[in-house]
Write a protein that binds this ligand. Sequence first.
Ligand SMILES: Cc1ncc(COP(=O)(O)OP(=O)(O)O)c(N)n1
Ligand SMILES: Cc1nc(C(=O)O)sc1CCOP(=O)(O)O
Ligand SMILES: [Mg+2]
Length: 216
Amino acid sequence: MHNPSWARGLYAITDAALLPDDPRLLAGCEAALRGGLALLQYRDKSTQADKRLRQARALAALCRDYDVPLIINDDTALAERLRREGHANVGLHLGQGDGALAEARERLGPEAILGATCHGRLALAERAAREGASYVAFGRFFASRTKPEAPPATLDLLGEAEAIGLPRVAIGGIDAETIGAARRAGADLLATVAAVFAAADIEASVRDLNRRLSAC
Ligand SMILES: Cc1ncc(COP(=O)(O)OP(=O)(O)O)c(N)n1
Ligand SMILES: Cc1nc(C(=O)O)sc1CCOP(=O)(O)O
Ligand SMILES: [Mg+2]
């Protein structure tokens, strides 16, 4: 399989508690982008549509400057709107309860990056691949302060999922201590919230995580 350029490396996910306003969101994400990201995800579980549109728009423009795709969490309509506005670097991540992948693929077009949560289940990843996913995400592999209730998964799954032929994301408790084990188990993309956005120095933390990945 020839992976596209976005499909290997660090995948940072924003958190509205850690990045509580526009200046901190944009400064935090720019620091992470300077450190070197493969993907950035905008994850805001609020129902404030105006805020979500404003912030996602600003992040899409910022990510374009760094040639990094911006993935919108949960919200197909928001991703579709941004793409219609000309933000061709915008993609979407859907969980099991977030709407149909096939419909999202239809609405966003063949070029958009479309990610799917598959928890600890290979069968969900096989189905996501059939429905048009660009990557499959497994987790939670380690203890997570951001989402402690996420269902657990075992690292063996990452190797088993190679046959699906899509980039594999590992999520849940990925940090400086765990990132190597997840990469060695087969993860192409290492997704994290806290190890990036709870760090005192976001750029330095991203550089450190990338160094650890390079060493695997
Ligand atoms: C890369 C990545 N993997 C998994 C998730 C979790 O998605 P979901 O199960 O829909 O949960 P929420 O993030 O919506 O709370 C993700 N966002 N990103
Ligand atoms: C948003 C999310 N989804 C998960 C899943 O397993 O599906 S774990 C998770 C939180 C990831 O944050 P941290 O890197 O701080 O553990
Ligand atoms: Mg979701």
